[in-house]
Design a protein around this ligand. Structure first.
Ligand code: DMJ
Length: 655
């Protein structure tokens, strides 16, 4: 049997069998079924072998080598003239010179076509090989989402399902009563108006404002987008302060301009805490549907960031393509604890509002994964590789890179009406390890939280770490072994240390980081740690430190008023005096200099957090009672979910 004549690889018909040229019995012109089957089997095995060999060769050099072989395999061998003259194939074709010529032409064009196909396939394969597994997965996911969205669009937009609204107790104007306190509160409202009006005038629609240059500003956390971060971040503060015209203005901009289908690579964490948190809070406070709809649209865009081998999200995601990646500076391609660990509150609310279990499942998956991991000394390192699921560098911090992970464990419990005992236990264990390994007292008697770096304690504390005083106080109630008093005390000590870091400067504004060694305490040493960028953490800590204290100590308004009068105006005056400029508020570069220069940025968190916390300090506690509201890490209040018998969709499969 002459196999070449039987293989239709060139697209030719199977030539008719001529007598003598075949081993098939003469009296049969057709093949038996079993023979056909065997031939088919041989044929398919041969093709699979060819294609398999081609696609599984991993690198370019191999492809090159294979190119030659493949041509011979896929394209029927065309003999040279000399060979052809002596070839038996003439006999097999058996149709003379003219046919042979035509046949050669056919073969030639077929060969070109196959070569072109082959080159295209090779090109595509090379492109695919160049992309990482995650990029490919993200592409597939994005494609799927697109198809799903298109299908949805065909049916017309569907309204989100109605959900039970949590009891929005306490939203009143929070008048503090006392005229002196009221005057200070009015001052803060005026500062908010100045910050907002300046942004309205010079930076409208941009993410942030340059108050000196009087123009828009943005940073890499928002990619190259122009998504009005300040508008979204400021909305609930405007609402709480009763600045309703400004609120309406912001709402209108959001309705008409806020679009997330942009080709921008944004920080998943920042967009979650500022945008999703801000929109959800605006929705809960005002009841305006548009905020909920926008929050959900944006959340959908963040979901591809979770398409990693472990389900630990990338730090950044491109809102259009859905491709994610991590910060170049993060240890060994890791994701950051404070980033992937600060999604829980918003994502639980998203599931609650939409009935879509995906959000809840994503954050619970992160929690379960972390629970299974070994922790050096019980501490959580700041870096975790989303491909391997292994810790990166062993660096633990309650400040930058770690901070809000711990905050969200506690707040998950608070937000669940204290039913999420798993979150509470994880928080308690983490805090115990932190206290054992990171918290120390300086020679001068200041309690500080250091950072753990590769087996030793760095005696330095960041401004960001100052939020922890409030966290300890907030977590006092419900702490194990009757340690409530201990944690209240610890919270107050941290607040005092941070207050000292402000007091020991010329401007009475806190530096970015301060040391506790070589005789220096609560003071910044390096020039690049002496700046203040309108951060809220010390004011935030004071709110939480004061409120539970009055509850526990029973000294009520007295203590609260004492602290307000003594400490808070201090920040207020310093910020107003040194950070206020005609075009808004700016950070300063050196808090130890009596003649500071500006950094020319009005951070969106100044309107979301710093001014809101200040305002709350001078309002009555009924404005946003802490039993009913929990602030996300960007100070956006989300209501406690008194779920009672309601089960969140997706929670059944998690437990
Ligand atoms: C805010 O964006 C959030 O509070 C975040 O958790 C860390 N700090 C900044 C403001 O300092």
């Amino acid at each position: 049997m002459t196999t070449p004549a039987l293989l239709p690889l060139s697209g030719r018909r199977i030539p008719t069998l001529s007598p003598g040229a075949s081993s098939f019995p003469h009296h049969r012109a057709t093949l038996r079924l079993s023979e056909k089957f065997i031939l088919l089997l041989i044929l398919s095995a041969f093709i699979t072998l060819c294609f398999g060999a081609f696609f599984f060769l991993p690198d370019n050099s191999k492809h090159k080598r294979f190119d030659f072989g493949l041509e011979d395999v896929l394209i029927p061998h065309i003999e040279s003239e000399k060979e052809a003259r002596h070839s038996s194939r003439q006999v097999i074709h058996g149709v003379g010179g003219h046919d042979e010529h035509r046949h050669r032409e056919e073969e030639e064009s077929l060969r070109d076509k196959i070569r072109a196909d082959h080159e295209r396939a090779l090109q595509e394969a090379k492109e695919k090989l160049r992309k990482s597994k995650e990029e490919l997965k993200a592409e597939i996911q994005t494609e799927k989402t697109k198809v799903a969205e298109d299908l949805k669009k065909k049916d017309g937009p569907k309204p989100l399902p109605p959900v039970p609204m949590p009891k929005l107790v306490g939203v009143n104007n929070g008048d503090p009563g006392d005229p002196d306190t009221k005057e200070k509160r009015d001052k803060i409202r005026e500062m908010m108006k100045h910050a907002w009006d300046s942004y309205r005038q010079y930076g409208w629609g941009h993410n942030e404002l340059k108050p000196i240059a009087k123009k828009g500003h943005s940073t890499n956390i928002f990619g190259n987008s122009q998504m009005g971060a300040t508008i979204v971040d400021a909305l609930d503060t405007l609402y709480i302060m009763g600045l309703h015209d400004e609120f309406k203005d912001g709402q209108e901009w959001i309705e008409q301009n806020l679009d997330f289908s942009v080709n921008a690579e944004v920080s998943v964490f920042e967009v979650n805490i500022r945008f999703i948190g801000g929109l959800l809070a605006a929705y809960y406070l005002s009841g305006q549907e548009v905020f909920k709809v926008k929050a959900v649209q944006l959340a959908e865009k963040l979901l591809p960031a979770f398409n990693t081998p472990t389900g630990i999200p990338w730090a950044m995601v491109n809102l259009k393509s859905g491709v994610g990646r991590n910060w170049g500076w993060a240890s060994a391609g890791s994701s950051i604890l404070a980033e992937f660990g600060t999604l829980h509150m918003e994502f639980v609310h998203l599931t609650y509002l939409t009935g879509n279990p995906a959000y809840y499942q994503k954050v619970m998956h992160i929690r379960k994964l972390l629970a299974k991991m070994d922790r050096p000394n019980g501490l959580y390192p700041n870096y975790l590789n989303p491909r391997t699921g292994r810790w990166g560098q062993h660096h633990t911090s309650v400040g930058g890179l770690g901070d809000s992970f711990y905050e969200y464990l506690l707040k998950a419990w608070l937000m669940s009406d204290k039913t999420d005992s798993e979150a509470r236990k994880t928080y308690d264990d983490a805090i115990e390890a932190i206290e054992r390994h990171l918290i120390r007292k300086s020679n001068g008697g200041l309690t500080f939280i250091g950072e753990w770096k590769n087996g030793h304690l760095e005696r330095k504390m960041g401004h960001l770490t100052c939020f922890a005083g409030g966290m300890f106080a907030l977590g006092a109630d419900g702490s194990p072994d009757d340690k409530a008093g201990h944690y209240l005390q610890l919270g107050a000590e941290i607040a005092h240390t941070c207050h000292e870091s402000y007091d020991r400067t010329v401007l009475k504004l806190g530096p970015e980081a301060f040391k506790f060694d070589s005789g220096l305490e609560a003071v910044a040493v390096r020039q690049n740690e002496k700046y203040y960028i309108l951060r809220p953490e010390v004011i935030e800590t004071k709110i939480a430190v004061e409120i539970p204290m009055e509850i526990v100590a029973g000294s009520g308004q007295l203590l609260l008023r004492y602290n307000r009068v003594r400490l808070s105006p201090y920040f207020l005056q310093a910020i107003d005096k040194y950070c206020r400029v005609s075009g808004g508020f700016s950070g300063v570069k050196d808090v130890y200099s009596s003649n500071p220069t500006y950094d020319d940025v009005q951070q969106s968190f100044f309107l979301a957090e710093t001014l809101k916390y200040l305002y709350l300090l001078f309002s009555s506690d009924e404005l946003l009672p802490l039993e009913n509201w929990v602030f996300n890490t960007e100070a956006h209040p989300l209501p406690v979910l008194h779920l009672g018998n309601i089960t969140l969709p997706g929670s059944e499969t998690q437990r």
